[in-house]
Write a protein of this length. Sequence first.
Length: 438
Amino acid sequence: MAWRPPRWLQGMTQTGMNRMDKLVQIGAGNIGRSFVGQIFSRAGYEVVFVDIDQTLIDALNERRQYTVEIKDREPSTIVVEHVRGVDGRDTDAVAEELATCRVAATAVGPAALPYIYPNLAAGLVRRRELGGGPLDVIICENMRNAAEAMDEGVAEHLPADFPLREMLGAVETSIGKMVPIMSEEVREQDSLLVYAEAYNTLICDAKGFLGPVPDMPQLDPKANMKAYVDRKLFVHNLGHALCAYFAHLEAPELVYTWEAVEHPAIGPAVREGMMESARALIAAYPDEFDEDNQREHVDDLLQRFANKALGDSIYRVGRDVRRKLGRDDRVIGALRFDARQGTDAPCTVLCAAAGMRFRATDENGEMYENDRDFARHVYPEGAEHVLREVAGLREDDPVDQAVFEAVMAADEFVGERLQAGESILDLAAAHFRGFGGE
């Protein structure tokens, strides 16, 4: 069933309807405001933000606009208009917005998704009561199998006979936009201001929409979304981990990602680590990727990492080690992916060993709280404990075991090199390999 305008839109001209199309953006954080809300507002949508941060909601309703500062080689300022806010704790109010919108999106973080499922379910029920068509929800969470997780999570809050498959289009995405940390001083001056890079492409699953794909130049629908989710995680996100974990051990005085990219030893190692995943992606998705487009993608990412105006920090891109060393995340997940494709990955193996030793601090000299706990209570148990309990590598899984053995060898190598005061990036001296190579 095609999307049908709610009663309050019926009778308007087509031009008026286009101007009044509405996006409900669940999550008014950095990605929600600097990216999703911004591109939909500029495409003529009213953007209704749903969040539990009352300060943000009050500011949105008072000002009905906010500013995005583009930190790039050619800086600019975008004023995002036609916005307002709704308290995410008011389920009835959120349901009404979802029942009368053209499309919805989430940007709350994977861990917070379960908390928004009741609102989504209530919105679907109300939408059906009003005779509306299906609701497409663009899931901006950079997680694998996001659509499946949303379908299952929302279903738990719906009547058993509710036609979920006919009413909910769960649209996976690959979010590549980088948003740096802003100082508390800047945030206090303007709670709605957000910084971002100029990159503005939202890769999304063309097959996830039940209604028409919104016609806007920033959307890049893909038929094989899984390939692009894997590319984001195992090239872009891995690239950040490579920058952070290599820089912290090799040149701990460095603060910014651009410094890591420009470093004569770190930069080439980061690039080679990203290319390891790129080669595995080519093997896994030959209809999507080849040597030329993957090399171009890596080079483009490195140019963006080297953006001095963005001011992205090694602390930001490396923090939360426990999550980033997870079984399916950017480092261990990439290694398991590489191993399944028979692709050698010594730089990525080395990144895993370096990541266990990441202790970077913020501008106030403070470690991220979860990393402080990891350093005090998890890492002292040893690399084997980290790989089994944090990374979840299983002894009965041949792929996991290959990754485990490679990282344990790399951990020993890193320990020896650090003790000797030598570079950890001298792979010619390494006594370990990845897997799948000679």
